[in-house]
Structures are given as structure tokens and as C-alpha cells.
Design a binder for this molecule. Structure first.
Ligand SMILES: [Ca+2]
Length: 282
């Protein structure tokens, strides 16, 4: 990652961090909140379980473009789709999931900063960072169309069924939205040991769990979509060699491959996509 880009992103994240620090300081009760839903009149609180620690077992290593500022990652019907960010460099990409090879690429308008993607039926939905715009792309003839707006920043997105998507915005909240209009239905607070987990970034839904990587860490959280409790921690810090990390940015791509029963994992400017499963630590 170029130093200028890293510094700009870090400044923005620190600004968000400062805002949440003020919020948490002003509302002490939130500091020790249990995981639970918000946004409705009957908020339910849950006790945080002791999370499992899972290790990443690498099954295969695939090529990844070291110029790709990865923001979204999802597999659909044998194609690996990737969203990239940065103004003037954002794109939607079609990759071969068996090799990581770039098959096709479509640029975004220079005014838009690409973020997370997910696929519902025959549409790819792509968030943008600070514009509030949600783009849709037809799978058969990709062309970006503004399909909705959201009231928050766009970071990560995953579909949990044919009518509902979940979005992250860099905070500890995950918002459930109608895919028809992207209005927020409800939200959950994601907590670990009763501590809100901010910087939730790229998302993936698999086997009833929401997986989120936290910005600027190599940690993936496995989250209960009802309670918001972090049920498991996945440490992906050993994936890159010291040489690989010299130009690599943070982990930021999780895609569930149902055919291989494995996750594909990558990050911003990473040289590799790792095919991996998450196992209990022996
Ligand atoms: Ca994903």
C-alpha cells in the first residue's frame, strides 16, 4: 500500500475511532453492553459466551493482483467477484476461483470509492465508501446502476437471504436492510467479552454465521446474527510471510466457497488468495 493512501485511510479511521470513543465515554452503559439487537422497542440482551479460538488451515494458495485494493470478495456460481477501492481505481472484477486469475474488470466512476459487494439472485450490490450510494450490477451484462442509498458509510456487505443484506460502516453495529430499498430493518451490537467491536469491515455469511474482519487487523470475528455475540475468533496473522507483508495492506476479503467447503481469504495489495478452513485449536 502506498504510504499516502495508508496515511489517508488511517486518518479517516482515527477520526471515526475518536467519534466512537467520545460516544462510548459519553454513554458509560454502552461500554459494558451485552451483545443484542437495537433499533426496535424490544431490545433483547444476551450474555457474551467465551469465544472459541480457531486456527486457519491453508489448503491451497492462489494468485492475487498486488495492485488490487480489495474491499469486497464473494463467490457465486463458480465465479469469484472482487470489489476494489480508491478514487479513480475502484472496480468490479471477475476472477477465476481456481487460480485467482483476473477474467474481466469494470471501472467505477472516478467520483466513487468501491467497497463491499454481495450477490442476490442475478444482481451484484456494491457499496461505496462515503457517497451513501449503493450500486447494482447485472451479472450477465455488468454495468453500474445506482439502486439505493444508505445513511451510513459503506464498508462491508453480505446477503443472509434473498431479501435481506447486512452492512457494516466501521463501527460495532451491523445493520440488516431490505434488499429492495436498502432501508435499515434492525441492527445488532457486536461485542466480545461485553466490549463493542469497532472497525467491522468486509463481511461474509456462511452456515448461519456472519464473518467480519476488523480493519487493520488480521483477525476475523464469527458473529451470531441474532445476538451480535462474537462466538469465535480466527487469527489470520500468520498467512503472509515477512516479505509478503512489506507492501501488503490489511486483511480485507472473505468469500465462502460452498463447493470446496472452504473460505477464500485475501487483503488489500496481498499477493495471494488463501483457500482455507477454520479449525479448532488443538
Ligand atoms: Ca465477503
Amino acid at each position: 500500500m502506498s504510504q499516502a493512501v495508508q496515511e489517508a485511510e488511517t486518518r479517516e479511521i482515527l477520526r471515526i475511532s475518536h467519534r466512537f470513543h467520545l460516544l462510548l465515554t459519553a454513554c458509560p452503559a454502552w461500554i459494558a453492553i451485552s451483545c443484542g439487537g437495537t433499533g426496535d422497542s424490544s431490545m433483547t440482551e444476551y450474555s457474551n459466551p467465551i469465544p472459541e479460538t480457531l486456527q486457519v488451515v491453508v489448503l491451497d494458495t492462489l494468485f492475487h493482483d498486488t495492485t488490487a485494493f480489495t474491499q469486497g470478495f464473494e463467490i457465486h456460481e463458480g465465479i469469484l467477484w472482487e470489489s476494489t477501492g480508491l478514487y479513480g481505481l475502484s472496480s468490479l472484477r471477475k476472477l477465476d476461483p481456481s487460480t485467482g486469475e483476473l477474467l474481466e474488470e469494470w471501472p467505477l466512476p472516478v467520483s466513487l470509492f468501491g467497497e463491499g459487494i454481495t450477490i442476490v439472485k442475478d444482481q451484484i450490490f456494491q457499496l461505496t465508501w462515503k457517497s451513501g450510494l449503493v450500486l447494482s450490477w447485472n451479472l450477465e451484462d455488468p454495468e453500474p446502476v445506482v439502486t439505493g442509498t444508505i445513511e451510513t458509510q459503506g464498508w462491508g456487505i453480505c446477503a443472509i437471504d434473498s431479501s435481506t443484506v447486512v452492512t457494516s460502516d466501521g463501527s460495532f453495529l451491523l445493520r440488516f436492510r431490505n434488499v429492495s430499498d436498502f432501508n435499515s430493518i434492525r441492527s445488532i451490537s457486536v461485542t466480545l467479552d461485553d466490549v463493542p467491536q469497532i472497525y467491522l469491515n468486509e463481511l461474509e455469511y456462511a452456515d448461519g454465521w456472519i464473518y467480519a474482519n476488523q480493519w487493520n487487523s488480521n483477525r476475523i470475528l464469527r458473529i451470531d446474527p441474532v445476538s451480535g455475540c462474537v462466538e469465535a475468533l480466527i487469527d489470520a496473522s500468520d498467512l503472509l510471510s515477512p516479505d509478503d507483508t512489506l507492501n501488503a495492506g490489511p486483511l480485507n476479503g472473505i468469500a465462502w466457497d460452498a463447493e470446496r467447503q472452504a473460505f477464500l481469504i485475501t487483503g488489500k495489495y496481498w499477493p495471494w488468495i488463501f483457500v482455507a478452513r477454520f479449525d479448532k485449536t488443538l
